[in-house]
Design a binder for this molecule. Structure first.
Ligand SMILES: *Cc1c(COP(=O)(O)O)cnc(C)c1O
Length: 379
């Protein structure tokens, strides 16, 4: 099945008791048993819920994996992956990481004796150099936030294969419509479902997709034991969102291209970070491993001062100032004062998060209206 067909149909079957074409919201905590242990595959909703099962199957299909697991948030899904490890194990991770991931690694799991190394993964040689006989997990995020750098997943997979090292990829920014890390050699694909998969800024959720049966079983054990599972109402909303994922992503990509090209030629704009621009340092890798470049981008204002950035954020009307991304509506953020404010200025500047850097999540509105909004704000 091709992607668009999977987005509409995967995981979903008409409800056997009524024929309802949409998966019902099974708002139940428990299931009646005819005799102890004699049940229909469902005992308690932390462990299994039919609405969640449908969503897990759909997500697995979209990532070309065999098993999907949903969690209450993206962070809860990352938490489950690290819980596969034990004290003394090492993790090699990108240095340009989602802030919440950096926080759970260093503030929650480091005190439990797991070691994290953060390297620049644009050059896979840095990953090779960081791997030791204690390394059990390599954590990749691509494209990265907020400077949209690209990591070559297949090149990293060559370093982990056959070595008792799991390769996990946070695929949130690309979505399975644009990138399938499993096909490039990843063992685990992670999503903040909150973003493009949900797509309508109305749900917080996370997911993992894996191929290996034993790995799926270990993760399901953690999912059930630790208990950060999503409710059926949220699963229903994401099932609904998935049906238009391919259509939304097409428009995110087209609008993304229009906005990136507009910004790149604007006299008041400094740098533009969008992997679809031929001048992007990792454009060739992005072209190889992605089917489109998406609607996420960042740019700076010439002169690079905070005042200009704040003026721009105040003046924009269609782009709303908010955390998060991947919804149908266009959003903008100012990493230096929002998501990355806790990082010292010098360190921030070094990774490209300068004072005027503005991140855009370009939505699915009319492109001409979006460009007019940006033009007015830059004027
Ligand atoms: C939002 C996000 C997360 C965390 O997901 P939540 O659903 O907010 O818990 C992880 N990684 C990336 C890249 C994200 O954008």
């Amino acid at each position: 099945m091709n992607f668009a067909t999977k987005a509409v149909h995967a995981g979903v079957e008409p409800d056997p008791s009524t024929g309802a074409i949409m998966t019902p919201i099974f708002q139940t905590s428990t299931y009646v048993q005819a005799a102890p242990g004699d049940h229909k595959g469902y005992e308690y909703s932390r462990t299994h819920n039919p609405t969640r099962t449908a969503l897990q199957k759909a997500l697995a299909a979209l990532e070309n994996g065999r098993h999907g697991l949903c969690f209450a948030t993206g962070m809860a899904s990352i938490d489950a992956v690290v819980k596969l490890l034990k004290p003394g194990d090492e993790v090699v991770s990108t240095n340009d990481l989602y802030g919440g991931t950096y926080r759970i690694f260093t503030k929650i799991f480091e005190p439990f004796g797991i070691r994290f190394k953060f390297v620049d993964m644009e050059d896979p040689a840095n990953v090779a150099a960081a791997i030791t006989d204690k390394t059990r997990l390599v954590w990749v995020e691509t494209p990265t936030n907020p400077t949209l750098r690209i990591v070559d997943i297949a090149a990293i997979a060559k370093l982990t294969k056959g070595k008792n090292i799991l390769l996990a990829v946070d695929n949130t920014f690309a979505s399975p419509a644009l990138q399938n890390p499993m096909d490039l050699g990843a063992d685990i694909v992670m999503h903040s479902v909150t973003k493009f998969l949900g797509g309508h800024s109305d749900v917080v959720m996370g997911a993992l997709v894996v191929n290996d049966d034993a790995l799926a079983e270990r993760l399901a054990f953690i999912q059930n034991s630790c208990g950060a599972t999503p409710g059926p109402q949220d699963c229903f909303l994401v099932l609904r969102g998935l049906k238009t994922l391919h259509l939304r992503m097409e428009r995110h990509c087209a609008n993304g291209q229009a906005v990136a090209e507009f910004l790149a030629q604007h006299p008041k704009v400094g740098k533009v970070y969008w992997p679809g621009l031929p001048g992007h340092p990792n454009h060739a890798v992005a072209k190889r491993q992605m089917r489109g470049f998406g609607g996420m981008m960042s740019f700076t204002i010439k002169g690079d001062n905070m005042e200009d950035a704040l003026h721009f954020l105040r003046t924009c009307k269609l782009f709303s100032l908010a955390e998060s991304l991947g919804g149908v509506e266009s959003l903008m953020g100012h990493p230096a004062s929002m998501t990355h404010a806790s990082i010292p200025r010098e360190e921030r500047q070094r990774t490209g998060v300068t004072d005027s850097l503005i991140r855009l999540s370009v939505g699915v509105e009319d492109a001409a209206d979006l460009l007019a909004d940006l033009q007015a704000a830059l004027g």
